[in-house]
Design a protein around this ligand. Structure first.
Ligand code: PBG
Length: 332
């Protein structure tokens, strides 16, 4: 008899009991995803009437400020927590002046979105690489990115974005002291309530390839290894995180996400502020490419990836999958 057989095996502990049905599995699930924890990145391109597909990031578009509202409404109706804006200016120059121009593409876009929706959570990227003719994240002196000269420009950028109506600004240039410089400048300008999301542990990653193509921000010479972190280092990430918190970061970030889940976990156990992880363009492109070829089930793969990032400890996930993932979560 079957019963007797199982008694003979003497198994008291059977984890399968809690995996028996979908309802029981849902009851004991440890990690739950919700659209409110997703941040959806958008590329805003100077001009009018533009909505062009981004090569290397199927399903993502560069849109002009006048076309942005439609994209954002979709995200809002799905319950996505926030949008993160990147700008592609009409013209680039050595000092990246489009980043901090009052009539810059991001400033224009933020003003329009804010006027249309007071409750939309708008986050802006604070970096110069999309705005500089050389593609570096700051001003160049003697062939290097000059840290302290760049800080002033990042601070100006953040203040102009706050003035346009951003809720949070995200300094991503990996300059030393960038969070402090931005915080001080925001406070001095009276933007005490605008929060700073530090791209605290941002690695010098090959996974930014499609983004740089999308934003036209590939450096014309050299690379970013003199300021972004060495992929081999995890302890150093804790140091970067500590510095950003000391400088006033309200949210910290680990970027990219998938190759750095150990870093996400370390940071989570170290700090009490909200932690974001950036599921970057190359991570997105890999899934899209495999799914297009029928080599993986896109829906299952994406939800597993996002669950993994959340399980590692990320409270917020910046992801280009945000819209589709939110739809899938709603239809589960
Ligand atoms: C700007 C910036 C980059 C990304 C976000 N902000 C590119 C870079 O550092 O070269 C990459 C995001 C992605 O790959 O999705 N400094």
């Amino acid at each position: 008899m079957r019963l007797q057989v199982s008694r003979e095996t003497n198994l008291l502990l059977r984890p399968r009991r809690l995996r028996r049905t979908a309802a029981v599995r849902a009851l004991v699930r440890e990690t739950r995803l919700d659209p409110s924890q997703f941040i959806f990145p958008l590329f805003v391109r100077a001009g009018r009437g533009i909505r062009e597909p981004i090569p290397g990031m199927p399903g993502q578009w560069r849109v002009s400020p006048d076309r942005l509202a439609g994209e954002v409404e979709d995200a809002r109706s799905l319950g996505i927590g926030a949008i993160l804006l990147f700008g592609l200016p009409e013209e680039k120059d050595a000092a990246g002046s489009g980043a901090y121009a009052d009539d810059g593409v991001i400033q224009e876009a933020v003003r329009a979105l804010r006027a249309a929706d007071p409750d939309l959570v708008i986050i802006t990227d604070v970096c110069l690489c999309e705005y500089t003719s050389h593609g570096h994240c700051g001003v160049i002196r003697d062939g290097q990115v000059d840290n302290d000269a760049t800080l002033d420009l990042l601070a100006k950028t953040a203040v102009s974005q706050a003035a346009a109506g951003a809720d949070l600004v995200g300094p991503s240039a990996m300059m030393d002291g960038q969070v402090g410089a931005v915080r001080r400048a925001l406070d001095a300008a009276g933007f005490l309530e605008v929060a700073v999301m530090g791209y605290s542990a941002k690695y010098a990653s090959a996974f930014y390839g499609p983004f740089r193509e999308a934003a036209g921000s590939t450096p014309k010479f050299g690379d970013r290894r003199g300021h972004q972190m060495d992929p081999a280092n995890a302890r150093e990430a804790e140091r970067e995180i500590d510095l950003d918190i000391a400088e006033g970061a309200d949210i910290v970030m680990v970027k990219p996400a998938l190759p750095y889940l150990d870093v996400v976990q370390r940071v989570r156990s170290r700090v009490t502020v909200p932690l974001a992880a950036y599921n970057v363009s190359g991570e997105y492109a890999m899934v899209k490419a495999a799914a297009e070829r029928g080599w993986c089930d896109e829906r299952a793969t994406v939800l597993e990836i996002l669950t993994g990032i959340a399980r590692a400890g990320a409270d917020l996930i910046i992801t280009y999958h945000a819209k589709e993932a939110s739809q899938w979560l709603a239809s589960r």
